[in-house]
Design a protein around this ligand. Structure first.
Ligand SMILES: [Zn+2]
Ligand SMILES: [Zn+2]
Length: 349
């Protein structure tokens, strides 16, 4: 089969690899669509989060090709949405329902390390189908299903937050996750959402999805903090969702959150960020990390199939496998306005 291997930084090679062999209890899935995630781009650019040597791709839908002994809930021909990882369900954290921080989960994740090839390939081996395979419901297109994984992270972020319906939230970054958080907060009837975004195209999408105010942090410059306080009756934002992962975003979060408020860090940071712990403690600010998802995957599939979450505005482009590098990774690096690129895993040349 064909597979796209990250052979070096900024170098992906299409290789012929043996089709994965499945064992009892496992499933082989023929990949239909796979989204390019921000963490794939981090891996491609500098090997952070995902190392060189990996077949990346973890936001996928496909068709069941083979099932191993003992697998009964899916059969060949079923169209499925694949959750890319499975928690162990027996460790300290899993017993408390905190599946996202199960220390054994990372090893099971497809597309983020060399031992577990991802979906920028014709086929992918699913080792824990009971936890990882969800039938594509009627009414949901396969390419939309590829958005389930990033949306589940957005939903996880909102569920981990101290959000209450009357709150004012600020979201930094109108990319896939930031816009996902926006949509979830709108469903939960939040009273006001302020979005910060530098790209005009993404800002338009944020407005279309119901952001009350969209500000460009660059053109606002030094006056940004004052603007946020003006917009929040001098209090500051109840919650800040940092979905940008750039050092300026964290400082902005600290500046604009209210005293006693909460910052959710969802964006992936490549660098260390200096900040004042004095600010944090004397204003009693809570900073909370958000990673992956717990049991939100199924909930998101449900929301998607009922049409409660918009997907059209999220999909910037659908490309073929042969264009993975030029129209995929390189396009994402070159543009600040793209949101999600979905790869249809056909046409390798
Ligand atoms: Zn991802
Ligand atoms: Zn566990």
């Amino acid at each position: 089969m064909k597979a796209a291997v990250l052979v070096d930084l900024r170098r992906i090679e299409f290789q012929d690899k043996p089709k994965p062999m499945i064992q009892s209890g496992e499933v082989l899935v023929k990949v239909e669509y796979c989204g390019i995630c921000g963490s794939d781009v981090h891996g491609y650019q500098n090997g952070i989060v995902i190392p060189v040597g990996t077949v990346m791709g973890h936001e996928l839908t496909g068709v069941v090709a083979e099932v191993g002994n003992g697998v009964h809930h899916v059969q060949p021909g079923d169209r499925v949405v694949v959750k890319p990882s499975a928690p162990c369900r027996s460790c300290y954290w899993c017993r408390r329902g905190q599946y996202s921080i199960c220390p054994k989960r990372r090893k099971t994740t497809i597309g983020v390390n060399q031992g577990n090839d991802g979906a920028f390939a014709e086929y992918v081996r699913v080792r824990f189908p009971g936890q990882m395979l969800f039938k594509l419901p009627p009414g949901l297109q396969a390419k939309e299903g590829a958005l389930a994984e990033p949306f589940s992270i957005a939903l996880h972020g909102v569920r981990l937050s101290r959000f209450k319906s009357g709150d004012c939230a600020m979201i930094i970054g109108a990319g896939m996750i930031g816009l996902g958080v926006l949509q979830i907060l709108k469903l939960e009837r939040i009273s006001k959402i302020i979005m910060l975004e530098i790209s005009e195209e993404r800002s338009q999408v944020a407005r279309a999805l119901g952001a009350d105010i969209v500000l460009n942090p660059i053109s606002e410059g030094e006056g940004l903090k004052d603007r946020i306080y003006e917009l929040t009756d001098g209090i500051g934002a109840d919650l800040v969702f940092d979905c940008a992962g750039v050092p300026m975003a964290f400082q902005t979060s600290m500046d604009c959150v209210k005293s006693g408020g909460q910052i959710l860090v969802i964006g992936v940071y490549e660098q260390k960020v200096p900040f004042s712990l004095w600010d944090l403690l004397h204003r009693e600010i809570e900073v909370k990390g958000v990673f992956s998802s717990n049991d939100e995957f199924q909930m998101v599939i449900e929301l998607l199939s009922k049409g409660k979450i918009n997907t059209d505005l999220f999909i910037s482009d659908v490309i073929s496998a042969k264009d993975l590098v030029k129209k995929g990774f390189e396009a994402l690096l070159a543009s600040k306005s793209l949101i999600k690129i979905i790869v249809k895993m056909d046409e390798w040349q």
